[in-house]
Design a protein around this ligand. Structure first.
Ligand SMILES: Cc1ncc(COP(=O)(O)O)c(C=O)c1O
Length: 384
């Protein structure tokens, strides 16, 4: 690895080639036709595409009732929390300290007390062993996040329940694992497994909870809607999905098996070929769905920082992003002081490690086998 000046360089040298972190498949003729039909039909919300999506989403995740389509993963989390607050009386939520900001923001938006807990470096998910038992006489929810598509297993969710928590799964970076928590929230944002521009889904096995989520997403209307159109029974949001988003999502679902298979092949190739002297590569188990490929730079690896390495890769055309961690983000400063573990000294050592040394690259089906070989070669070159 060269000096910082050499790393930054003055010109990029990738000759136009680039390996992007995210990818959105081009719309095929069938989707284009369906979008045209929707535009011409005049039915832009609450139509057949949304109905189909809500039914399919529940079916692929083994949920007992149709899901609820909303306008983002953040809405899915926030509205599920508001419904859990009304239905089960929750007052606080515990969130992993290394997740995308929206997991924690949704808690505050729902008017709940927010607590953070550390993650594990084995899978970058909430570390169940470090999760303190729920505070007695307080109804609490824990929000495990399936980071990068790394499955939070059924066993881990059972352990969270045994500690006294309700469980809302943040599945915004995954798809396809069966529902095991009390509810699960998904994102259909561009570059996620099922991109619909923006969008979100919620599933649960409690019909009343789903009715509440539907009501919160639609201005607080009563569940008698649409027959009782102007009967508002709670303060709600305007969080509905459009038929166009739902058509995009349904087309994505048609190809999901193929796309997950390709992601797995890419991860296997990276895991077998990327240099490991200075890099910690991610685990891969059968049920992981690999939204991104997270890498941890080993501490003290020849003095290179994560940011220097990422700049060097970018110069060669390989895009990276820092692994998200709440630790170190201005908006979440201070939450470390409130933590329920606050007698334990450095409360989030792993979230700190991720904030300093974690980054990810793409592992999406838009990458060809040649792209993947080139990525591996470039890693070897810049890590020399
Ligand atoms: C873990 C996690 N939670 C929540 C969200 C929020 O989803 P959206 O951007 O659809 O609101 C994201 C989005 O990337 C995410 O990665």
């Amino acid at each position: 690895m060269g000096s910082e000046d050499e790393i930054r360089g003055s010109d990029s040298d990738h000759g136009g080639w680039s390996a992007k972190v995210g990818w959105v498949p081009a719309a095929g003729a069938a989707l284009k036709q369906n979008v045209t039909d929707i535009l011409e039909s005049g039915q832009h919300t609450y139509g057949p595409w949304i109905q189909e999506l809500e039914t399919r989403w529940a079916a692929i995740h083994d949920a007992g009732f149709d899901g609820v389509a909303v306008n983002s993963g953040t809405d899915a989390l926030r509205l599920a929390l508001l419904a859990m607050k009304e239905r089960y009386g929750i007052t606080m939520a515990v969130v992993p300290a290394a997740t995308f900001t929206a997991t924690a923001a949704a808690v505050l938006q729902a008017g709940l007390r927010l607590e953070l807990t550390d993650v594990s470096l084995a899978d970058y998910n909430l570390n169940v062993d470090r999760l303190p038992p729920a505070i007695p006489n307080t109804r609490s929810v824990v929000i495990p996040v399936h980071m990068y598509g790394n499955e939070v297993t059924g066993l881990q969710i059972d352990q969270m329940r045994a500690k006294g928590y309700l469980v809302l799964e943040d599945c915004c970076e995954t798809i396809n694992n069966p529902l095991r928590g009390d509810a699960a929230a998904y994102s259909l944002y561009a570059c996620h497994h099922i991109p619909a521009g923006v969008g979100g889904m919620v599933i649960a096995n409690d019909k009343r909870l789903l009715e509440l989520i539907q009501s919160y997403a639609n201005h607080g209307r009563s569940s008698e809607w649409p027959s009782d159109r102007f009967n508002f029974v709670r303060v709600g949001y305007s969080s509905r999905m459009t038929e166009i988003q739902a058509a995009m999502a349904n087309h994505g679902l048609d190809n999901i098996k193929k796309s997950l298979k390709r992601r797995k092949e890419i991860v296997k190739f990276y895991n077998n070929n990327l240099p490991t002297e200075n890099l910690i590569l991610p685990r891969s188990i059968e049920s992981d769905t690999h939204m991104m490929y997270p890498i941890l730079l080993r501490r003290n690896s020849r003095g290179i920082t994560r940011d220097q390495l990422c700049s060097a890769l970018l110069m060669k055309g390989v895009e990276t992003r820092p692994m998200p961690s709440l630790v170190g983000n201005p908006v979440w400063k201070g939450w470390d002081n409130l933590h329920i573990n606050n007698l334990l000294g450095n409360r989030f050592p792993n979230a700190n490690t991720i904030a300093e040394n974690g980054f990810y690259i793409g592992c999406h089906p838009g990458l060809t086998p040649e792209d993947c070989e080139q990525i591996v070669d470039l890693f070897k070159e810049v890590m020399k």
